[in-house]
Design a binder for this molecule. Structure first.
Ligand code: FAD
Length: 293
């Protein structure tokens, strides 16, 4: 029997007209994989509030695509964030990725500090509570298979997850990870704790291995030795290698029953497109095989 998988894509809101054009080109290439939804990030430090909103609005003109905005607690008052959410609802947007957000230029080496905006939210659970009071949004939350960098231990993350599920969150998307075993271990802990919401693995194709090391460090995502060895003596960006790594990771996830995958596209079609195309060819997973990539 054919396994059907659902895929989704994350994009960031473009900064200029030219970048919008580039995003539509990316979308036109990736839509052949029938994404379940596309999510639009909210820039670090709350920097893209208007751009996220404007991008979502443009997506609503494309009825075949379901856009989901990210909404963070950062850089704004509670009232203003709630107003934005209500506006989304009026636009027909019923699902939100709700996260706390991070200050710009966070580094794990320095003690990170989240500063609550005056009359703002401190934790995403507070925002979820208020959103659910306003409208019955579908709430998607962030999940950290290798622990959130600020949490003291995994139990703190689990308590936080439970809190958000009790408040109405119904789905999680993970931080990117490269060691599937760490993800499976974490998932098993959730099962034992009776946390049963769907958890969608977040897949990050590697664009620049050197930069990834710092990013992964800041996000608490470990880079397995196997990956470091693969990049030894190679350029920091190797298209084929990056595609092979992510394709293998996805196939292993699918083999282990994770049939929903979320791709951090970084607004590029080539890598994610090739990975999805591989999946269709190897496993005939997404409707029918595509040769466009
Ligand atoms: P929270 O749930 O608020 O938790 C943050 C920390 O506080 C954790 O350590 C938690 O244990 C602790 N905590 C929570 N509640 C309490 C409490 N009541 N008492 C004590 N401690 C508590 N960032 C952006 O800026 N824009 C984006 O668009 C964006 N999209 C993302 C999408 C995904 C899928 C993921 C995985 C991350 C995304 N991020 C984004 C990053 C995210 O904002 C950061 O990882 C942030 O630090 C954590 O968000 P959260 O919602 O998990 O935070």
């Amino acid at each position: 029997m054919e396994t059907k998988i659902k895929i989704s894509f994350e994009f960031f809101p473009p900064k200029s007209q030219k970048m919008y054009q580039s995003l539509w080109n990316t979308l036109n290439k990736l839509k052949i994989f029938y994404p379940d939804f596309v999510s639009i990030t909210y820039g670090a430090g709350g920097s893209t509030r208007k751009r996220t909103h404007d991008t979502i609005k443009k997506f609503t003109y494309r009825p075949s695509i379901k856009p989901i905005p990210h909404l963070t607690c950062i850089g704004d008052t509670k009232d203003s964030i709630k107003k934005l959410a209500l506006n989304y609802w009026k636009m027909g947007i019923k699902s939100l990725v709700v996260i706390r957000g991070d200050p710009e230029n966070i580094k794990l080496s320095k003690k990170r500090k989240f500063i609550t905006f005056p009359n703002g939210y401190t934790y995403s659970s507070e925002l979820i509570r208020d959103l659910k009071k306003i409208r019955d949004f579908e709430i998607i939350i962030a999940v950290f298979p290798e622990k959130h960098p600020e949490s003291i231990n995994i139990q703190e993350d689990i308590d936080n997850l439970k809190r958000k599920i009790d408040l109405g969150a119904t789905k999680g998307i993970t931080q990117f990870f490269f060691d599937n075993n760490k993800f499976y271990e974490f998932f098993n802990i959730l099962q034992k704790k009776n946390i049963k919401i769907p958890i969608i693995p977040g897949i990050l194709p590697i664009i620049n291995f050197n930069k990834l090391i710092e990013l992964a460090h800041n996000c608490n995502a470990s880079i397995p030795k196997r990956l470091k060895n693969l990049y030894k003596g190679k350029k920091e960006y190797e298209f084929k290698l990056s595609v092979d790594i992510a394709t293998k990771q996805c196939l292993d996830l699918i083999k282990n029953g994770f049939n929903n995958l979320h791709f951090y596209t970084l607004n590029r079609a080539d890598l994610t497109g090739k990975i999805c195309s591989n999946l269709t060819k190897i496993k005939k997973l997404i409707n029918k095989p595509y040769d466009a990539f």
